[in-house]
Design a protein around this ligand. Structure first.
Ligand code: GRF
Length: 224
């Protein structure tokens, strides 16, 4: 009998290029995980089309112009994700701050990818923040999601140079390529090790290998 693959739910709000990279990875590599569902808070998210092309089930939970309360939205979101019985939830451009109850419902099972070398440049427009700070290197970070925005323990990072000639678009595109390379590998590593993610033992990539640590905030650089 083929072993059950690690079940991943991807949450999106827009373009879904990271979702696309994750789905491509599953097709091209003998992956230990499968995307069992995509949850979007926007009915018009282009990423949903991508999911449909790959025959992945999708759920849309939107605030419908405030027709439902924040509590109802929270409940619907939890139900939509829980229905897929995920081992892991991967935020990929999900543009809402997750309510604490959502995070408590799926403890240490939520990952996010952020387009900066955290802890620098949290929040929106990270690439613009990097350019304004005139840093020489930028990149992306995959981290666990905790209540504080973009502040959870770091699992893996990828670095790119910043050139004097860069504008926001050029830098964003360079970082995005790194995101597409890094995110599926992190998920694959977590899935291969069939890790029960728990907050006392965090996992991070060293080169291509997943390592466990009891250190509260492990950090490692992966150049691509
Ligand atoms: C990415 O830059 C990701 O780092 C950030 O949101 C963007 C999503 O892009 N969290 P896409 O929808 O995956 O193309």
């Amino acid at each position: 009998m083929t072993p059950k693959k690690f079940a991943v739910v991807v949450m999106i709000s827009g373009r879904g290029s990271n979702l696309g990279a994750i789905l491509r990875y599953c097709k091209e590599v003998e992956s230990s995980f499968e995307v069992v569902g995509v949850v979007s808070d926007k009915a018009t998210a282009p990423g949903l089309l991508l999911a449909k092309e790959h025959a992945i089930k999708c759920s849309i939970v939107s605030r419908r112009k405030q027709e439902i309360t924040a509590e109802q939205f929270e409940e619907e979101l939890i139900r939509a994700v829980a229905d897929y019985k995920p081992d892991l939830i991967a935020l990929a451009g999900f543009m809402r701050i997750l309510p604490p109850r959502f995070i408590r419902t799926f403890p240490d099972r939520i990952l996010n990818i952020h387009p900066s070398l955290l802890p620098s440049f949290r929040g929106l427009n990270a690439q613009k923040q990097a350019l304004e700070a005139r840093v020489k290197f930028a990149g992306c970070t995959v981290h666990y999601v905790i209540d504080e925005l973009d502040a959870g323990p770091i699992i893996a990072q990828a670095v790119v140079p910043v050139f004097n000639s860069d504008d926001e678009e050029k830098l964003s595109n360079r970082i995005l390529l790194c995101e597409h390379n890094l995110y599926p590998k992190v998920i694959q590593n977590l899935a291969q090790n069939n890790l029960a993610l728990d907050s006392h033992k965090h996992h991070f990539l060293e080169g291509d290998k997943l390592v466990s640590s009891t250190h509260p905030s492990p950090m490692c650089l992966t150049s691509v």
